[in-house]
Design a protein around this ligand. Structure first.
Ligand code: GTP
Length: 387
C-alpha cells in the first residue's frame, strides 16, 4: 500500500470516528455543527473514490472526488463562519468549488498532469485554511475561550503553509510524477499533514462547541431567566470579585438595593404577564443607567441589587436618584393597559473593615426606611464605624 493510500485511509477512519461525535452535538443547536457534519460526510464519500483510482472511471476518481473534497473544504469553512455568527456566503463558496472543475478536467483529459492537479487541490485547500484562520481571528466571541481560537488560527495557518509547500514541491516536478516522486520524505510528511486537516479542524470546531455549551450552562446558572439580570448566585459571585478588587485597591464600593413599590397590586391590575413585562423593562432601564463595571442582580421577586465599584457615595446617590426619577417617568405598555410604577431604594457605601454582608444589611435598612417613609424615594445609610 502506498503512502498516499495509507494517509487517505487514516483520514477516512478518523472522519468515521468524527461522525457520531458531530452527530451527538447536532441536538445542541449550536450553529456550524450541521455544516461540519456535512463536510465530514462529503470527505467520507470522496476518499473511497480516490482510493478506487484505476478501478472506477477517472471522471469519478479524479474530477468528482476532488470536487467533493473542495466542497468538504468550503463546508468546513461555512461551519466556522456560522459558529461565529458570520454569513456563510454559499453562492461564493459554491462558485469557487465549481470553478475548480474546468482545471481538473483540463489537467486530466487535455494535458494529463498529476502535479498540476495536486497544485489545484492544494491551492484550494490552502485558501480554505487561510479563510478559516482569518475568520476565526477576526470574529472571536467575547465570552469564548481565547486559547481555543488562537489554537484554531495557529493550526489553520500551519495547514495552509504546508499545502502551499506541497503545491510548490509539485510545481518543481515540472509535470512529471511517478511513484518515486510521491514516496519522497518531503511529500509523505506534507501529505500526512494534509490528511490531518479535516480531523484536526473538526476537533477544533467541536472543542469550540463544548466551550460555548459550557459557557451557556454557566450563564443559565448565573443569569435570571426572566430579566437577564444576574441571578442570586451570579450576583454573589460578581460581588465577591468586586469586593476583593475594592479591598486590594482600597477604592470605594457602593451598594444600592431597589424594590418596586406595590408590585402585588401591579400584578393584580395588569396580570402576571404585565408584571413580568414591568420587571424586564425596569432591568433594561437599570442597565442603561448604571456603568459598565457595575454588577446588577435580581435578589428577590421585584428586588434588585447594584454594586458600584470605585464610586463615591454622593456620586452613587445622584446615579440612584436618576434611576428613581427615570422609573417614575417610565410607562410600561401591557396587554391590560399602561402601567406606571415607582421604586424605593436603599444606598450604602463600604466602610473600612466592613464585610459584604454588613454593607448589604445597611443598604437593606435604608431601603426599609424608604418604604416606611412613603415609597418612591431613596434613603442613604449614613456611614458609621462597624461595631
Ligand atoms: N409578575 C411577577 N410577579 C412577581 C415575580 N416575583 C415575585 N412577584 C410578585 O411580587 C409581589 C411582591 O409583593 P410584596 O412582597 O407584597 O410587595 P409589594 O406589593 O411590592 O409591596 P411593597 O414592596 O411593600 O411596596 C408578589 O405579589 C409576588 O407574587 C415575578 O417574577 N413576576
Amino acid at each position: 500500500m502506498s503512502a498516499v493510500s495509507v494517509a487517505l485511509a487514516t483520514t477516512w477512519l478518523l472522519g468515521l470516528l468524527m461522525l457520531p461525535l458531530l452527530g451527538s452535538l447536532l441536538r445542541s443547536g449550536v450553529p456550524g455543527v450541521r455544516e461540519w457534519l456535512a463536510a465530514d460526510v462529503a470527505l467520507m464519500v470522496a476518499i473511497p473514490m480516490l482510493l478506487l483510482r484505476d478501478r472506477i472511471p477517472d471522471f469519478l476518481s479524479i474530477v468528482i472526488a476532488n470536487l467533493l473534497i473542495a466542497l468538504a473544504g468550503v463546508t468546513l469553512y461555512a461551519g466556522f463562519a456560522r459558529f461565529l455568527h458570520r454569513p456563510a456566503r454559499w453562492p461564493l463558496l459554491l462558485t469557487c468549488v465549481v470553478m475548480t472543475a474546468p482545471a481538473l478536467v483540463y489537467w486530466r483529459y487535455v494535458a494529463d498532469s498529476i502535479p498540476m492537479r495536486v497544485v489545484v487541490s492544494t491551492g484550494f485547500t490552502a485558501t480554505v485554511c487561510a479563510a478559516v484562520a482569518v475568520t476565526v481571528a477576526r470574529y472571536q466571541g467575547s465570552r469564548r475561550a481565547r486559547y481555543l481560537h488562537a489554537a484554531t488560527v495557529g493550526v489553520a495557518v500551519i495547514f495552509a503553509a504546508c499545502q502551499v509547500a506541497r503545491g510548490i514541491y509539485f510545481i518543481t516536478l515540472d509535470r512529471v510524477a511517478n511513484a518515486l516522486t510521491f514516496d519522497t520524505t518531503v511529500n509523505v510528511v506534507l501529505l500526512c499533514v494534509g490528511a490531518a486537516i479535516m480531523p484536526v479542524m473538526l476537533m477544533c470546531g467541536m472543542m469550540m462547541v463544548h466551550d460555548a455549551l459550557l459557557s451557556d450552562a454557566r450563564d443559565a446558572v448565573n443569569r435570571d431567566f426572566l430579566t437577564g439580570a444576574l441571578s442570586r448566585e451570579g450576583f454573589a459571585s460578581a460581588a465577591r470579585s468586586l469586593w476583593e478588587e475594592a479591598d486590594r485597591t482600597r477604592s470605594p464600593l457602593a451598594c444600592l438595593i431597589v424594590d418596586l413599590d406595590h408590585f402585588k397590586s401591579i400584578n393584580d391590575t395588569f396580570g402576571h404577564t404585565g408584571g413580568d413585562k414591568v420587571l424586564c423593562e425596569f432591568v433594561g432601564l437599570m442597565r442603561s443607567t448604571i456603568r459598565a463595571g457595575d454588577a446588577l442582580g435580581r435578589i428577590g421577586g421585584e428586588e434588585f441589587a447594584i454594586l458600584m465599584p470605585g464610586i463615591a457615595l454622593d456620586h452613587a446617590q445622584s446615579l440612584a436618584e436618576r434611576l428613581r426619577t427615570a422609573a417614575a417617568q417610565h410607562a410600561v405598555v401591557t396587554n391590560n393597559g399602561t402601567c406606571n410604577y415607582s421604586l424605593s431604594g436603599g444606598l450604602a457605601s463600604r466602610l473600612p473593615g466592613e464585610t459584604l454582608d454588613q454593607l448589604t444589611m445597611r443598604a437593606d435598612r435604608a431601603l426599609y426606611q424608604a418604604k416606611v417613609s412613603g415609597r418612591n424615594t431613596l434613603c442613604v445609610d449614613t456611614p458609621q464605624s462597624p461595631s
